[in-house]
Write a protein that binds this ligand. Structure first.
Ligand code: ATP
Length: 490
């Protein structure tokens, strides 16, 4: 994880929030390349789950909502984590996560020497298990208390109880309270889904592990409404749709390059299920911190719509024309984190390779996710014709794809820098491209394209570049395109 954090800072992906004031461990800022990467992930999710499907529509609900929303949803009463405090150092922990961190131990069998013992293991000298504070190794922990994770604030200029509201801890409730608006305005028929991407806030007791757990983060959520009276092949429709969504979301991460062996499905045990959930699975990723949740896919039954109908006094039903009756739809909720997805895509793309005795770091991003698609590089920055041609090329290609120009180092170094941020293609303008007017030699108006993963190079006419990138950054494979052009010298 440290390697990723350092790369992210050095190359402008992610910075610690308010770093010049010492930073906060609970919030992070996306830099120039990070914002491109995150936008690309969100765009791919939106396109695949909304634009390409006939049964989905989008929504962008506000972060501040009527406080009753959180009473109805159960968040005010139940959105809590058990918290314990150290009586000596006052550090605070989530009671259910204390065993997941390494612990400090002053071992009596070694005259009180201090050791850091791995998470969940006993001390190998005295065989004792952790009972005190894992951070200081001295203080006792208090008994667990429930701590509500919602951020409280005031709506309007008066700080009084009547004005209390909350920053939303999930985007989902914005969808439920708009169910009828969307249903009526879009004339939808079940089954259909409403999707939303937006910020959520949770006052996590122990944020950490970089962007894995923060207090401000972005969610990509779908609420897919199903008629509970319907069956598909003799099975309840909600159960079948739940399986379809698990499959679809599991495949989505692989479509954008995540390796199958780093993904798994974890079924929630009965005692872990939320009281309203019929079934929940987590899609887990093998993060540098171990297997952890990337996305949850839950069958929330009719709980949310019924709760909001009861608290608001408004009907939130669907009229089933065929059966001539009102039904409260069941809902399947695939709920993903944009930041966690970004961390997983980043970890999966990261490779260290040995090339001709040199170490190269490369981010093997799927081209759709790569923050920069093309880098235009001049071989010699002292030759004005080369530089001008390269700038012109950048300007032309940038109309269609994110394209950068860089001349701040020798070509080998420039390639390595682009590899390190995952740019799939570099275009190099050299002497042969422009010729030498002093000697009366005209150039061949061809440039070199270098592919990031294979490091292969081909020589192509400038005039054909837009068409070539249309293929390469569309569905075309490098090998198919490269076959039509001569190789360039490496
Ligand atoms: P966890 O068990 O990790 O706290 P959760 O089960 O509470 O997660 P959900 O409520 O299911 O999470 O939220 C859906 C998704 O939102 C998660 O799968 C994750 O990707 C993202 N998410 C939730 N909490 C955070 C957080 N504090 N920081 C970053 N992403 C988060």
């Amino acid at each position: 994880m440290d390697v990723l954090v350092s790369l992210c800072k050095r190359r402008g992906f992610i910075f610690q929030s308010s770093e010049i004031y010492g930073g906060t461990g609970a919030a992070w800022d996306y830099g120039p390349l990070g914002v491109e990467l995150k936008n690309n992930i969100k765009r791919a999710w939106w396109r695949d789950n909304i634009h390409l499907r006939p049964d989905m529509v989008g929504l962008d609900a506000s972060i501040l909502m009527h406080p009753q929303v959180w009473k109805a949803s159960g968040h005010l009463d139940h959105f809590t984590d058990p918290m314990v405090d150290c009586k000596a150092c006052q550090h605070r922990f989530r009671a259910d996560k204390v065993e997941e961190q390494s612990w400090i131990h002053y071992c009596p069998a070694t005259k009180g020497n201090k050791f850091e013992v791995p998470a969940g293991e006993p001390c190998k000298h005295c065989n004792v298990r952790r009972s005190l504070c894992p951070d200081c190794g001295k203080g006792e922990l208090t008994t667990p208390r429930q701590f509500n994770l919602m951020f409280k604030t005031f709506m309007g200029p008066v700080e009084e109880d009547a004005a209390v509201t909350y920053l939303r801890p999930e985007t989902a409730q914005g969808i439920f309270v708009n169910f009828d608006n969307v249903l009526q305005s879009m004339r939808l028929k079940l089954p259909f889904g409403i999707a939303q991407i937006g910020k959520a806030f949770r006052n996590e007791i122990t944020p950490g592990n970089f962007i894995f757990r923060t207090r401000e983060f972005e969610q990509m959520e779908i609420e897919f409404f199903v008629n509970p009276l319907e069956t598909i092949d003799g099975r309840p429709a909600d159960e079948v749709w739940h399986e379809r969504w698990i499959e679809s979301r599991f495949a989505w991460y692989q479509r954008y390059g995540m390796r199958r062996e780093n993904l798994r499905i974890r079924e929630h045990e009965k005692d872990e299920l939320a009281h309203y959930a019929k079934r929940t699975v987590d899609i887990e990723y093998q993060f540098p911190i171990g297997w952890s949740e990337l996305e949850g896919v839950a069958n929330r039954t009719d709980f949310d719509l019924k709760q909001h109908a009861q608290f608001s006094g408004k009907s939130l039903t669907y009229f089933d024309e065929e059966r001539k009756q009102h039904v409260v739809p069941y809902v399947i909720e695939p709920s993903a984190g944009a930041d966690r997805s970004l961390l997983a895509f980043l970890a999966d793309a990261y490779r260290e390779e040995e090339v001709r005795g040199e170490r190269r770091v490369v981010l093997r991003f799927h081209p759709d996710l790569a923050p920069v698609k093309i880098a235009v590089l001049p071989l010699l920055k002292k030759r004005p014709e080369i530089v001008t041609t390269a700038h012109d090329l950048r300007a032309t290609l940038a109309r269609r794809w994110v394209t950068v120009y860089d001349d701040t180092a020798a070509i080998g170094r420039l390639y390595r820098r682009q590899d390190e941020v995952g740019t799939p293609y570099c275009v190099t303008v050299d002497v042969q491209t422009v010729g030498d007017s002093a000697k009366g030699e005209s150039g061949d108006r061809c440039v070199t394209i270098r592919e990031r993963d294979s490091m292969e190079q081909i020589r192509v006419p400038i005039a054909e570049l837009p068409g070539i990138f249309e293929r390469l950054l569309g569905d075309g494979a490098w090998a198919d395109v490269a076959r039509s052009y001569p190789p360039a010298r490496g």
